[in-house]
Design a binder for this molecule. Sequence first.
Ligand code: SAM
Length: 292
Amino acid sequence: MHKDIATPVRTKQILEKYGFSFKKSLGQNFLIDTNILRNIVDAAEVTEETAAIEIGPGIGALTEQIAKRAGQVIAFEIDQRLLPILAETLEPYNNIKIIHEDILKADVPKVLKEELKPYSELKVIANLPYYVTTPIIMKLLSEDLPLQSITVMLQKEVADRMTAKPGTKDYGSLSIAVQYYTNAETVMIVPKTVFVPQPNVDSAVIRLTVRKGRAVTVLDEEFFFSVVRASFAQRRKTILNNLSTNLPNGKVEKDSILEALQMAQIDPKRRGETLSIEEFGFLSDTLYKLLN
Ligand code: SAM
């Protein structure tokens, strides 16, 4: 019986056997702590009824821990050099499918249609490549996949922004984009020492539980997000000034913005960072009706 892939000794043996050199440009920091990996799988609440999507299996450290508990794992890996390694390390498991594709270019619904067995729940679990954490999460959320949750390791700084509440320094358009689709929480903070090579930044695991609907129902999603982005464009400015200058369709008359703020009962002197998602929803709908 082999030791777990993630043990430091086994990881070293595998990397040496294949003469593998890490590519920083692909965010390759592999986990070498089995306890942390088990904690991630625990946090995702994986059972035999779970089909898991993993992004970036690396040499299979997390994939193995998921496969021991899930019904099925579908893992997307961009780096061709890892394919023969994964074929060897994951050979004992018959419930894993490795897809050699860039997750950002992959047609995930098509892959799911072809590969997904009839399970009752679909979850994303990953130690993400840090150079693309936000695009990956936003792609998965906006594609309307039948996902229950996303449990992922990422930079602590990004985790703080995704889970931030109104009135805090980390709260911004990323918090709203993520919380529009999910309930976001930090599950654990992870030290640098559990990776090879060690990353330069601190890490955290977050769990995003996908909402049945959206946090707010709005008339026009695109307009809602443009109002949110414009409101945070210059953090020290008031919502009135930000919206008057930063909406993408050019300058909107200050009077119209003022009228919408008054109708939405939002003090024009407030800053974007103090508005809840519901307030942004109401404001965006009020302004949308005024302008259309
Ligand atoms: N899961 C492994 C672990 O925890 O040890 C490796 C995690 S490592 C942080 C990120 C992995 O994502 C690497 O294997 C890397 O090659 C892969 N990767 C990077 N960019 C990717 C992309 N766009 N699509 C799919 N995989 C990617």
